[in-house]
Design a binder for this molecule. Structure first.
Ligand code: DON
Length: 569
């Protein structure tokens, strides 16, 4: 069925529509994407989408536009947009070939697997997630540089200029951003560079005020002039290493100098005749999504009510199985042998689905592994150009604003991505620590990620570009947007707006977005043996679809953040 959208979308959707400048009535019954004949950029901040759209309009390709959007988000969406973090880019070229650029952070040379134990030998979540030891060597600038050298078409400097302008001239803060900055400066009131950047000498910004970032603008100028060396060498590298020495972090000039983005072959899968193109390890996303789709292919999902108990149960059961595999097998393939082929095979899905009971929840094995510490702060954006080149990017500082520390003089935030490594050898417990071997910290290893920038194609043609933030929920958000399009026939805006669910094996609970299902469905799920937790919001899946009839690009900004925007030309 086509579900009626009960999610608190009406108002948010109307706001997103206003920001995105689409035609159509506010509070429309059926949400409509932004339509454009040639190129489209959809991101978490409408100004960044405009920066990318302008690059497309000036003749740049989708990789150029993605880089310009990514730099602009580092200015306009500082809680996740970044140059101090890392991420992934998946590309599909107009001829149907694909590639991926991995610019995930890596552990510094001085890292080891017991670095988050305190002086008593006890694991410390504080050290793991909240100190400069939680900072991974940033990858973003190297990633943009690599993608540009390999596949960009415009002059590099042109792609950085919009971000520099936004940082120098400033832009108006939304109410959401002003509130978010206020809570950041309260939390980080002992970090002068953070307070200085995100307030007016300690006085909080208010909605509508213009926010300028002069230090960040200077760093971006160095990147504009010197490319990756503007970040990994010279003044910027010196400022990062100095902050590390001051605050007990591990990253040195040598770590920065040695950082390399990598080009990797995407994960490929198929689902009901669609080609699924996903991010390979060190992301777990591509593998897990293909595993789940392989399991789901045996069910007639269209016969199920989108927000009824049988559908939610079926999703939760395939999620449970994929996340169990994630915990067991997945890590950085440069360090660990990951059986990608086996995990993404149809035969493996047959085995996994063999004990899936349509009427009863399966048990999650008790407590070998459980969830880590993650928050919904990462950001995804999608780009399609006039030739049909598609770029799907998700990048992050890990938690909102990363570790919360701005590099003095350099004006950007540091990530706390080392938190995505497991806690320490043998430290698995039922309170949520994971201590399995593959994803332990080792010098220069990349930490396991859930980020899942993805692309769908069919019969040699581009269909959709999809991704989301949200820690482990990312994998399930992207899966559900795909199912909404492929099985439920929703347009891309409806597919993005529709309520989502999440299950990650452990803890053994189905999380469902606020108003995602009714009370009777929750009761039914509980009777099947599930624990259900309804509330909150899941993901920000800024996506693009191609209209098969006209070839138009259909951009869907996720209304869960009204600052987001789809911009086409
Ligand atoms: O790479 C990962 O999977 C996480 N560090 C992403 C964190 C995240 O998505 C948090 N919020 N959205």
């Amino acid at each position: 069925m086509r579900r009626p959208f009960r999610f608190h979308v009406s108002l948010a959707s109307a706001l997103a529509v206003a920001v995105a400048g689409t035609a159509g009535p506010a509070f429309a019954q059926s949400a409509q994407p932004v339509r454009a004949p040639s190129g489209m950029v959809v991101s978490e901040h409408w100004l960044a989408s405009e920066a990318g759209r302008d690059v497309l309009a000036a003749g740049g390709n989708a990789v150029d536009a993605a880089i310009a959007t990514g730099f602009a988000l580092a200015v306009t969406h500082p809680s996740a947009g970044n140059i101090g973090g890392g991420g992934f880019m998946v590309i599909r070229f107009p001829d149907g070939t694909t590639t991926a650029v991995d610019f995930r952070e890596k552990a510094p040379l001085a890292a080891d697997s017991v670095m988050w134990l305190d002086e008593n030998g006890e694991y410390s979540a504080q050290i793991h997630h909240r100190t400069l030891k939680s900072v991974g060597v940033p990858g973003t600038v190297a990633g943009w540089d690599k993608a540009h050298r390999l596949y960009g078409s415009m002059e590099w400097g042109r792609l950085v200029v919009p971000a520099i302008r936004l940082a120098e001239e400033g832009f108006q803060l939304s109410d959401r951003q002003a509130r978010s900055f206020t809570s950041l400066i309260q939390r980080m009131d002992d970090v002068p560079a953070t307070v200085a950047k995100f307030s007016k000498n300690g006085t909080p910004y208010e909605a509508g005020e213009t926010w300028k970032q002069p230090d960040l603008a200077r760093t971006l100028r160095r990147v504009m002039e010197n490319g990756r060396d503007g970040f990994y060498r010279g003044e910027t590298a010196r400022l990062v290493a100095e902050e590390m020495r001051r605050g007990g972090g591990l990253i040195t000039e040598e770590d920065l100098e040695r950082y390399q983005a990598r080009e990797r072959a995407p994960i490929r899968g198929s689902y009901r005749g669609y080609d699924v193109i996903g991010m390979p390890p060190p992301s777990s996303g591509g593998v897990a999504i293909v595993e789940m789709l392989n399991m789901l292919e045996r069910y007639d999902l269209t016969s199920m009510d989108h927000d009824g108990a049988p559908y939610v149960h079926t999703l939760a059961e395939v999620m449970r199985r994929a996340f169990r595999d994630r915990a067991e097998y997945l890590a950085d393939v440069d360090f660990v042998d990951v059986p990608v082929h086996m995990l993404t095979s149809k035969a493996h899905a047959d085995e996994l689905a063999a004990d899936l009971d349509p009427a009863h929840a399966s048990p999650s094995a008790p407590a070998q592994i459980a969830q880590g510490h993650e928050s919904p702060e990462t950001t995804h954006f999608s780009v399609v150009d006039g030739d049909g080149m598609a770029v799907s990017v998700t990048y992050t500082l890990e938690q909102g604003y990363g570790v919360g520390v701005v590099v003095p003089g350099a004006g950007f935030l540091l990530n706390n991505e080392m938190g995505d490594f497991n806690a320490g050898p043998g430290l698995t417990n039922d309170r949520g620590l994971i201590g399995t071997t593959p994803n332990l910290a080792r010098p220069e290893q990349r930490m396991l990620s859930s980020m899942s920038p993805s692309i769908l194609a069919k019969d040699g043609k581009l269909v959709a570009v999809i991704g989301s933030p949200g820690g482990r929920t990312i994998i399930n958000t992207v899966l559900q947007v795909m199912l909404n399009v492929i099985d439920f026939g929703m347009n891309i805006q409806e597919a993005v707006d529709a309520p989502r669910i999440h299950h990650q094996w452990l803890p053994d609970v189905i999380r469902i977005e606020e108003d995602g299902v009714d009370a009777a469905t929750v009761k039914q799920l509980e009777a099947m043996g599930h624990q259900v937790d309804v509330g909150g919001s899941q993901g920000l899946a800024h996506s693009i679809m191609i209209d098969p009839a006209t070839g138009d690009r259909l951009g869907a900004a996720d209304p869960r953040n009204p600052d987001s925007g789809a911009r086409g030309h």
